[in-house]
Design a protein around this ligand. Structure first.
Ligand code: AMP
Ligand code: MG
Length: 420
């Protein structure tokens, strides 16, 4: 019966979901289109960086031993044998007593072991021959970037599951990856359920509300790197729901629904999971908001049936759907990050379930991170989702948490601090 459900902790519910995640396929995209995608394979450095001995200065490449004792009063004079611009190498060997004019980033001749900057030299021309007066004793290796200084050949460059941003794009280009193997973005069908729901473009009428959860979920799906498909909302009719949802489970990689999971007369998602050919993973989690959050699997595909209350719907996505979508894209640590903060107000309400409060963090001058709940602490409230930057985890127990105690927080937002 609806009232007689097995209650499991959120962590157990997460692991039941994770056991059924199938890693998705990979595809090749052009490097310029790879931003924001997840790398599908480990990449190692195919060559050292730099791959030639590189000058770190505009100046003169020379043998450091030949500058012994050089100073402004007792300069050492070397013959300028060549000029080496960026992109070129010196063809002749650098002979003893010679220096080569060299630009930043150019290849240092094999015989040279230091570069002196222009500002520490004077250039003189005598009988049509160019010389440089060196004013400073140079130590071996000065201003020369040795082969492999930045990176050794074979070093791990980027690991599978990593999101491609600016630094990753630079490395991919450095190593010649004009095409990048990335995880295919999972395609996720999003259904709202409830006869009270209006489309976004419909005028309000008494007793009915617009489908806001559908768009919230679609945004969360995108944040998780997947592609949302907002389906037509389903009225409270179990046969209609069954048809639409099961078809979507055949066509999409995962299905997320909102509404109809509690114990009311019209809770069609509960009914559906009692009379389908799939496996119910759970339909009662020891958490608030969202205790009737439900998940199932059918033909290897996951169905997430989240509560209709906006706060509960949002939290249910963060705890169960986001990690699953990350794992489908090869993320190695898909579960929400474990950050800590100091509670800046008393939260004295005890509860038999773990609470996930919408919260906002502030950083004090001494660097301590504080957190406080925002707005009204009810699952029917939407505006606090806008105002929060994290979920505060209040462990179950009689007394709640006192001001000054450290609590766990789950960061929210585009990449949420998770999915590393
Ligand atoms: P339910 O889980 O279907 O019992 O819904 C719980 C509450 O959430 C009800 O007040 C619904 O009107 C509201 N609700 C359900 N679905 C949505 C939705 N898609 N957008 C906004 N509110 C919703
Ligand atoms: Mg409903």
């Amino acid at each position: 019966m609806k009232f007689n459900r097995e209650i499991i902790p959120a962590g157990e519910a997460q692991s039941r979901v994770m056991q059924h995640v199938r890693p998705g396929a990979a595809e090749l995209v052009r490097l310029e289109d790879a931003w924001g995608r997840r790398l599908a394979e480990d990449l190692t450095a195919a060559h050292p960086v730099p791959h030639f001995r590189r000058s770190g200065m505009d100046g003169f490449a020379l043998r450091s031993v030949e500058t012994a004792g050089a100073s402004v009063e007792t300069p050492v004079r070397l013959k300028v044998a060549a000029t080496i611009p960026c992109g070129e190498v010196m063809r002749e060997p650098l002979l003893p007593g010679q220096a080569a004019r060299i630009m930043t980033g150019a290849a240092v001749p094999d015989e040279a072991d230091a570069v002196i900057m222009f500002e520490q030299t004077d250039s003189v021309v005598e009988d049509g021959v160019a010389y440089v007066s060196v004013h400073k004793e140079m130590r071996p290796g000065a201003n020369v970037s040795e082969v492999g200084l930045e990176m050794r050949q074979g070093e791990l460059l980027l690991e599978a599951g990593r999101i491609i941003g600016a630094g990753e794009s630079a490395l991919l280009a450095m190593f010649g990856h004009s095409q990048v193997r990335v995880a295919v973005r999972p395609r996720v069908a999003v259904f709202a359920t409830g006869t009270e729901l209006l489309r976004v473009d419909e005028p309000l009428v008494p007793g009915r509300i617009r489908n806001s959860n559908g768009y919230m979920l679609a945004a969360q799906v995108r944040e998780a790197g997947a592609v949302p498909f907002i389906m037509e909302a389903i009225p409270d009719d179990v046969e209609l729901a069954k048809k639409a949802i099961l078809r979507a489970m055949d066509e999409y990689d995962a299905v997320v629904t909102t509404g109809g999971v509690s114990v009311g007369d019209y809770d069609i998602l509960y009914d559906l999971t009692q009379q389908w050919d799939g496996e119910l993973l759970f339909n009662k989690v020891a958490m608030r908001p969202g205790s009737p959050t439900t998940a199932g699997v059918r033909n290897g595909k996951l169905l997430f049936a989240l509560s209709g209350n906006p706060g509960a719907c949002f939290v249910g996505f963060e705890l169960f759907v986001r990690p699953a979508l990350y794992a489908m894209q090869g993320v190695r640590q898909p579960l929400p990050a474990e950050h800590q903060a100091v509670l800046s107000v008393d939260y004295a309400k005890g509860d038999k379930f773990t609470k996930y409060l919408r919260g906002v963090r502030t950083v004090a001058e001494d660097g301590t991170v504080y957190v406080a709940p925002v707005g009204i602490d009810a699952s029917s409230i939407t505006v606090s989702i806008r105002d929060s930057d994290c979920l505060i985890v209040i462990p179950f127990g009689e007394n709640g948490v006192q001001k000054g105690e450290t609590v766990r927080v789950i960061p929210l937002g585009a990449w949420g601090g998770t999915g590393a």
